[in-house]
Design a protein. Structure first.
Length: 278
């Protein structure tokens, strides 16, 4: 149930990100997003008396996770700024389990079955259709290259979280991942006035709080925990909900067009994830 709600918050986040990108400097939004997400976890850690400090075995994974989440946010906002939020949500989330499976098999973390091989083929075909690979410079149009890099970043987040599952509890892992993300990204964000967000209107704050507390804090922490319990590949399968909800939210809220290639390619991607997890 919680994982399903988390995936719906991710679907909505693509619309939120598109709206927030219209307010100007995304570096300011990214750094505050990390700050508020980490702030979400601190009282919970204190209240539950869970280990606040990470152990030596986990610090390496936390630092890697922070860098990867920073990369994801950069590509995410770059893609939504110039591309369709719905298409981005479909492309990133259908490609994530596919890239996760490919990378895990490459490093001998997972042996690919026949079903998974067919799933990978359908997934790659679906991704090619979504970005309309037959068009000139298709990778560099409509934010496609950023969406693909965001998907790769999140696949690596998934694998890193799975590897660290027995070294640290997910709440402490999430708190320090977001806090280090804030610390690492702050020097970049300080090139501009980061306090300008407090001058923005209520529409900004509604979308910002949803994307920070809903998608990032709640959504990602639930996903981290599910990855540790269910495994990287199985947790990725729940992302099936994201492309559908991302498309629906973008149409209803942003009035984005219904793109046939996105629907067809996304359907192939969803079928691919089904085969991978069959």
């Amino acid at each position: 149930m919680l994982l399903s709600l988390a995936m719906l918050s991710w679907g909505l986040s693509w619309t939120n990100g598109k709206i927030l990108g219209g307010y100007g400097n995304v570096n300011t939004i990214i750094v505050w997003r990390f700050f508020f997400a980490s702030l979400f976890f601190f009282p919970y850690l204190v209240y539950t008396r869970r280990a606040l400090l990470p152990n030596r075995k986990s610090i390496y994974h936390i630092l890697i996770n922070s860098v990867l989440i920073i990369a994801y946010n950069i590509f995410y906002f770059a893609g939504t700024k110039i591309g369709y939020a719905g298409s981005g949500g479909v492309l990133v989330t259908t490609f994530n389990p596919i890239l996760t499976t490919i990378i895990m098999s490459f490093f001998c973390l997972k042996k690919i079955s026949i079903n998974e091989k067919f799933g990978l083929a359908f997934g790659i075909l679906g991704g090619a259709i979504i970005i309309q690979i037959w068009r000139d410079n298709s990778l560099f149009q409509s934010g496609n290259i950023y969406f693909l890099l965001a998907s790769l970043s999140w696949a690596l987040v998934t694998i890193n979280t799975y590897i660290s599952r027995n070294k640290i509890n997910f709440t402490t892992y999430s708190f320090w991942s977001f806090l280090f993300g804030f610390i690492f990204y702050l020097p970049i964000a300080l090139e501009k006035n980061i306090f300008i967000i407090f001058d923005y209107d209520y529409i900004f704050w509604i979308n910002f709080l949803i994307i920070s507390f809903g998608a990032m804090a709640f959504g990602q922490s639930v996903y981290f925990n599910a990855t540790a319990i269910l495994g990287a590949k199985r947790a990725s399968s729940f992302i099936l909900m994201v492309p559908i909800s991302a498309m629906i939210f973008s149409i209803l809220i942003l009035d984005e067009p219904i793109i046939g290639t996105t629907i067809f390619g996304g359907s192939l991607g969803i079928y691919a994830i089904y085969l991978i997890n069959k």
